[in-house]
Design a protein around this ligand. Structure first.
Ligand SMILES: [Fe+2]
Length: 202
């Protein structure tokens, strides 16, 4: 099932079109993934934060979670594990990078250096890093808060308790290091928290 698109607020990153053939192809590759909207918005947010974002950073944003489209990946216990559990985060990030590496190897318009750079960024997307790593992590957080911090998904579906959902939403905002992302993150976080059951928010 495809997760429904969320409305884009007037102050949020505008929706943008792919800038290259490989970016267009990436959008087709991720289309069957049920969180493709989150990936598209991560690309939009990374360009919002870095209008000069290179092709590799835009592409990494578009595919950063793609391992979840393929069965057999690592699992995080939503009730008990820390949101920054490194064993889960590194397994998830590097598995995504491996799928991206395989997909990019088939393309003649991507050099080995470009492929390595996309995979480096994908592998760093949860923890951030230099040369675009922090930008991608911030864009992922903004897009998560915009497209996936949905109480109907986290609580009504029984995926997690309200307290756990709140801690996940706050973690996504708190991990951001890019100054330009702090204000939109605060707005998105406030909206997400506002959707949680009130009695849990004391
Ligand atoms: Fe993500």
């Amino acid at each position: 099932m495809t997760v429904p698109r969320t409305a884009v607020a007037p102050w949020a990153a505008p929706e943008i079109a792919p800038a290259t053939d490989v970016e267009r192809a990436a959008q087709e590759w991720i289309a069957p993934y049920d969180q493709a909207w989150h990936l598209l918005r991560t690309r939009d947010w990374v360009v919002y934060l870095r209008p000069d974002a290179p092709m590799e950073l835009r592409l990494a944003a578009l595919v950063h979670d793609i391992e979840r489209m393929f069965p057999g990946g690592p699992r995080l216990d939503l009730d008990t594990q820390a949101w920054d559990d490194p064993w889960y985060l590194f397994a998830h990030s590097t598995r995504s990078a491996e799928f991206v590496d395989g997909w990019l190897r088939e393309r003649s318009d991507v050099t080995p250096e470009q492929r390595h750079e996309v995979c480096r960024l994908v592998a760093l997307h949860e923890v951030g890093g230099l040369r675009g790593g922090d930008d991608l992590q911030a864009a992922d957080s903004l897009s998560f808060l915009e497209t996936l911090a949905d109480p109907s998904v986290w609580i009504v579906s029984g995926a997690a308790s309200a307290d756990r959902a709140e801690s996940k939403f706050r973690y996504s905002a708190d991990r951001i290091r890019v100054p330009a992302a702090h204000e939109p993150a605060a707005r998105l976080l406030a909206a997400a928290l506002n959707g949680l059951p009130k009695k849990e928010r004391t």
